[in-house]
Every structure is written in structure tokens, then in C-alpha cells.
Design a binder for this molecule. Sequence first.
Ligand code: HEC
Length: 121
Amino acid sequence: MRKLIVACVVIAGGWLAVNIATSAEDEKPSIKAVMKTSMKGGLCKKVASGEATAEEKEKLVAQFTALAEAKPPKGEADSWKAKTAALLEAAKECAEGKEGAGEKLGKAANCMACHSAHKGK
Ligand code: HEC
């Protein structure tokens, strides 16, 4: 009986993890939504400063994952890839608690550099 309960818990846990992963997949925010929440909204800054919770860090990683997959209204695809990959990598390192990651994220989040290359009118 006890084994059965343990098995149930393990299965339920696995199902939950899959569910969370897919729900994060489902709601892919647009570039504008990412800008609102993470950039203008200050989530990125909070993570870079080291004051964010683990949940907020995870959210930023999800946001930047969507950003990297999105297509910007302007500019070269390679340049977009490089900029968004740098953001995503830095956000992931922040989530892992890697040293110097906040600084790296702050540098990658260069509003003007990216807007002049990729933001339409
Ligand atoms: C990796 C590139 C990139 C970086 C870095 C970036 N942005 Fe953006 N941002 C964009 C693009 C692309 C758009 C245009 C989106 C569109 O028109 O669909 C945009 C649009 C915006 C908008 C307008 C959103 C709207 O609803 O029209 C705001 C506000 C904004 N960014 C704020 C910021 C701030 C503040 C920072 C720095 C902390 C920042 N962004 C950094 C790429 C970037």
C-alpha cells in the first residue's frame, strides 16, 4: 500500500512538472509584451540587481526564451539572434546564481542598441 502511495505521488509530481513546462510553452508573449513586463516593467533590472525571487528569475528566462523565438519588425535575423541569446544566457546564469551574471544581464539589456537595430517606427 505504501509503495502504491509513493508511486502515485511520483506520477502526480511528474505530471505537474510536465504541465508547468507546457503551460509556459503555451503562453508565448509577444515582443511588446516582453518589453512591457521585463524591460519597461523592470523585471530584467530586478533580476540583474540580484533582488528578484527564484520565481521572477524563471519568469525572465521564459520571457527571453519567447523573445529569442520572436521575429523583430526590423533588422538582421543574425543580429537579433545574437542579442536575444545574450539576454537569455545572462538571465539563465542569474537563475543559476552564477557570479557576475547580473552585470552581464545589465550589459545585454541595452535598450537603445537593440531598438535602433530592430524596433520599427
Ligand atoms: C534584444 C532587443 C531589445 C532590447 C535589449 C530592448 N528592446 Fe525594447 N523593443 C524591442 C523591439 C524589437 C521592439 C518593437 C516591438 C514591436 O514593435 O513589435 C521593442 C519595443 C519596446 C517598447 C514599446 C512596446 C510597445 O508596446 O510598443 C518599449 C516601451 C520598450 N521596447 C522598452 C525597452 C526598454 C526600457 C529596454 C531596456 C531596459 C528595452 N526595451 C530593451 C527590442 C529590444
